[in-house]
Design a protein around this ligand. Structure first.
Ligand SMILES: [Zn+2]
Length: 205
């Protein structure tokens, strides 16, 4: 990694960690038309409980396919975010769009927008494999708040999102599995990330 790139990433991290970054500057409210955008992307602000409601509705209407629907929603969101959010913003700062750059700044950025406290130290910055930990994951807290503790991990949207984001950045295929979940009584949510070749077969080193 170039020295100038490393310095820029350190500045970005610092800006977010110290709370100097003002997310409001990226937001635009057009009251006349009732349109709200963040970094040019049409957005709405909804409470995290709507995720818990979506969980219940998906499982009620689609049964066992419910989690797969939520994962698919997350996966596509992650892929779009890689292109429309990460790629465009990193290019704006003249930074490389790759795993290393995204993983270096992802925890501070996602903490600033309320996703929870993400730790990426367990991830290999070159391959993207390893574990991602999220403390106070918004999806787990939403489920806990609405329906209490569950028997199995519940962060279907986030699981899909991480997969879509990693695939959008690298162009490769990933398998993301939630191994621990706050909504299932664990201290935090833990996601195992593996690369896959095709049709789900794991890449062997
Ligand atoms: Zn979870």
């Amino acid at each position: 990694m170039l020295l100038t790139e490393r310095i820029k990433l350190a500045i970005i991290r610092e800006v977010f960690e110290k709370g100097v970054f003002d997310a409001k500057k990226l937001m635009e409210i057009n009251r006349e038309d009732g349109i709200f955008t963040i970094s040019g992307l049409r957005s709405i602000i909804v409470g995290t409980l709507s995720f818990a409601i979506l969980h219940e509705a998906a499982e009620k209407l689609a049964g066992k396919a419910g989690p797969a629907i939520l994962r698919a929603q997350g996966e596509e969101s992650g892929r779009i975010e890689a292109e429309e959010g990460w790629r465009k913003n990193l290019e704006k700062f003249n930074l490389s769009f790759n795993l290393h750059t995204v993983l270096s700044t992802l925890p501070v950025i996602y903490a600033a927008v309320g996703w929870g406290k993400i730790t990426t130290e367990g991830i290999d910055m070159e391959t993207g494999e390893g574990t991602i930990i999220i403390k106070n994951c918004f999806e787990a807290d939403a489920i806990l708040g609405m329906s209490g503790e569950k028997e199995t991990p519940q962060c279907y949207f986030v699981t899909g999102y991480l997969k879509g984001l990693l695939e959008g950045i690298t162009g490769g295929k990933f398998r993301v599995t939630e191994k621990k979940c706050k909504a299932a009584g664990d201290e935090y949510c833990k996601f195992e990330v593996r690369r896959v070749q095709r049709k789900g077969s794991l890449v062997t080193p």
